[in-house]
Design a protein around this ligand. Structure first.
Ligand code: BES
Ligand code: ZN
Ligand code: ZN
Length: 491
C-alpha cells in the first residue's frame, strides 16, 4: 500500500454554489422529486422546459419519486442530461444523504454536475448532499487492470449555501473514504508497519503529534495483550498514538480502535468461510484514523488522542496457545482460552493506555464479536458501557451522523462467566451473551472512566451498495466520532 497516497480526498475538487440555475451549465443536473412525482426545488421549471413528453416517459419508467428511485432523461439547453432522484414523502436528512449517494453513484461518468438537492427544506441539507454525493462516488479500484475512474470534477450546489457546510461535508466524507480505503486494502498490503506509516502521513498533513511503539517498545511498555496476539505473526506489531491538541480545548476525548489487520483466529483457527472478510478486522483503527483526520482538519477545539493497537492474528510457531496467560498494561493477568477472542486483548492495552491521561471520555470502536452481528444484524452497531451519560452522548451523535447504534445491556451478573481459577480474568465466557461478556471484559481496563464501547462487527462492512454506503468497508463510526467531538466542544 502506497503510504503517500491521497488520504480520502475525492476527485471532485471543485464544490461551489450558485444562487440560481440561470447562467449555469454542465453535463448533468440532479433534481429532487417527492412522492407521487411532486416536484422538488427547481424541478418544476426544468420539467416544463423539457416538454410534455416527460410525464409519459417517467410513467413508462415507473418513476414516481419513491426514496432512491432515479430516472435519467436527455437535457435541453445548458445541461446535457437531467437526473431525477426520488425523496419519497417525509424526507429527512438521512433520506437526503442516501438520495445524494445514489445520485452521486449515477453521476460518476459526468464531469460537471449541478444539483438543487441542497434546497430541500431540511436542516443541514447542503452538508448532507456534499457528504452523500462524495461517498456515493467512492470506489476502490486500485487493483483493477481496467479501472473506470470517477469523472466528476465539479459539483455545483444551486441555492443559498454556506461554505462551511460544504467544507464540513467534504472533510468528514474524506475521513470516511480514508477509512474505507484502509479497510478495503488486502491484509498483505497493510502490515502494521504500513498502517503506522499511513498514520504518520495523517499526522504530518494535519500537524498533529504521533508516537509509534515498535515490537521492542510494545514489550518494554507492558502492552502484553498486543504482544500476545502478535506472537504468531511474522509481521511485527505497532501501537500507534496520535495526539491532536488544538488551542482553546477544554475537554479531552480518547479514541481506541481495534487494529487486527487480519484475523485468522490464531490457533483457535476460524473456518475458511469465516476468514474471507477478516481483512476488515482493523475497521476500528481505520475509523479512529479517519475521525482524527477530520477532527483536526475541521479544527474542532477538543483534545483528541487516537490509539490503534495494530497486529495480525496468525498461527505461527510462536503463536500464543489456548491456556496461555499474559499481563496487560494495567497489571491484570488474562488467561487466553480462545485465541480468536483477540480483539479484546489488544483493546485491553489500548484502553489502559487511554485512561492514563485521564480523558473526559473514552470511546473504543471494534469489529469485536460475531454475537453482536447475530443480535443486531449488519446495519446496526451495538453500544455498551456502564456510563449512561457517555452512552447518551454517543447515541445523540450517531443519530445526527446518520449511523445506527443500539444500546445493549451491560449485565454485571455475567461478569462471573469471565472468572478464571488461575488468572485475574479469562478472555471468553460461555456461548450466550457473547457481545456483553466482551464488553464486560473491556471494562476491566477502563479504570471506571467515562467510556463507551461500539461493536461494529456488522456495519463495518456492506454486502452491496446502499445509498452512500459502498460494498466493502463502510467507514462506519467516523462520522459519529466527529459528531461526538463537536458535542464535547460546545458542552
Ligand atoms: N473479528 C472477530 C469478530 C467478527 C466476526 C467480526 C465476524 C466481524 C464478523 C473476533 O475477533 C472474533 O473472532 N470473535 C469471536 C469471539 C469468540 C471466540 C468468543 C466470535 O465472535 O466468534
Ligand atoms: Zn477473532
Ligand atoms: Zn477479530
Amino acid at each position: 500500500m502506497d503510504t503517500k497516497q491521497a488520504r480520502g480526498d475525492s476527485k471532485v475538487t471543485n464544490i461551489a454554489a450558485a444562487a440560481s440555475l440561470d447562467g449555469t451549465s454542465g453535463d448533468l443536473l440532479i433534481l429532487p422529486v417527492y412522492a407521487e412525482r411532486s416536484w422538488g426545488p427547481g424541478a418544476a421549471e426544468v420539467a416544463s422546459e423539457l416538454g410534455e413528453w416527460l410525464d409519459e416517459y417517467l410513467d413508462g419508467l415507473d418513476f414516481s419519486g419513491k426514496v432512491g428511485q432515479t430516472a435519467a432523461v436527455p437535457g435541453k439547453g445548458a445541461y446535457g442530461r437531467v437526473l431525477f432522484v426520488g425523496l419519497g414523502d417525509d424526507a429527512d436528512v438521512d433520506t437526503l444523504r442516501k438520495a445524494a449517494g445514489i445520485a452521486g453513484r449515477a453521476a460518476m461518468r459526468y464531469e460537471k454536475v449541478a444539483t438543487t438537492l441542497n434546497r430541500v427544506d431540511i436542516y443541514g441539507a447542503s452538508e448532507a448532499v456534499v457528504y452523500g454525493f462524495l461517498l456515493g462516488q467512492y470506489t476502490f479500484d486500485k487493483y483493477l487492470s481496467k479501472p473506470k475512474p470517477t469523472e466528476t470534477t465539479e459539483l455545483l450546489l444551486i441555492g443559498d449555501v454556506d461554505d462551511t457546510d460544504i467544507d464540513h461535508g467534504r472533510k468528514v466524507a474524506a475521513g470516511v473514504a480514508l477509512a474505507r480505503d484502509l479497510i478495503n486494502e488486502p491484509a498483505g498490503g497493510k502490515k502494521p508497519e504500513v498502517l503506522a506509516g499511513i498514520a504518520t502521513g495523517i499526522a504530518e498533513e494535519t500537524g498533529i503529534e504521533i508516537t509509534i511503539y515498535d515490537e521492542d517498545e510494545i514489550e518494554a511498555e507492558g502492552f502484553g495483550g498486543l504482544l500476545a496476539v502478535s506472537l504468531g505473526a511474522t509481521n511485527p506489531p505497532r501501537m500507534v498514538v496520535l495526539k491532536y491538541r488544538p488551542d482553546g480545548a477544554e475537554k479531552s476525548l480518547a479514541l481506541v480502535g481495534k487494529g487486527i489487520v487480519f484475523d485468522s483466529g490464531g490457533l483457535s483457527i476460524k473456518p475458511a468461510a469465516g476468514m474471507e472478510t477478516m481483512k476488515t478486522d482493523m475497521s476500528g483503527a481505520a475509523a479512529v484514523f479517519g475521525a482524527v483526520q477530520a477532527i483536526a482538519q475541521l479544527g474542532i477545539p477538543v483534545n483528541v488522542t487516537a490509539i490503534a493497537p495494530l497486529t495480525e492474528n496468525m498461527t505461527g510457531g510462536a503463536a500464543q496457545r489456548p491456556g496461555d496467560i499474559f499481563t496487560a498494561r494495567n497489571g491484570k493477568t488474562v488467561e487466553v482460552l480462545n485465541t480468536d477472542a483477540e480483539g479484546r486483548l489488544v483493546l485491553a492495552d489500548g484502553l489502559a493506555l487511554a485512561v492514563e491521561d485521564e480523558p473526559d471520555l473514552v470511546i473504543d470502536v471494534a469489529t469485536l464479536t460475531g454475537a453482536c452481528m447475530v443480535a443486531l444484524g449488519k446495519k446496526v452497531a451495538g453500544l455498551f458501557g456502564y456510563d449512561d451519560e457517555a452512552a447518551a452522548l454517543v447515541e445523540g451523535a450517531a443519530r445526527r451522523a446518520g449511523e445506527k447504534v443500539w444500546r445493549m445491556p451491560f449485565e454485571k451478573d455475567y461478569r462471573s462467566k469471565l472468572d478464571s481459577p488461575i488468572a485475574d480474568i479469562k478472555n471468553i465466557g460461555d456461548r450466550y451473551g457473547g457481545a456483553i461478556t466482551a464488553a464486560l471484559f473491556l471494562a476491566e481496563f477502563t479504570n471506571e472512566y467515562p467510556w463507551a464501547h461500539i461493536d461494529i462487527a456488522g456495519p463495518a462492512r456492506a454486502e452491496s451498495d446502499d445509498g452512500y454506503i459502498s460494498k466493502g468497508g463502510t467507514g462506519f463510526s467516523v462520522s459519529t466520532l466527529v459528531a461526538v467531538a463537536e458535542d464535547m466542544a460546545v458542552s
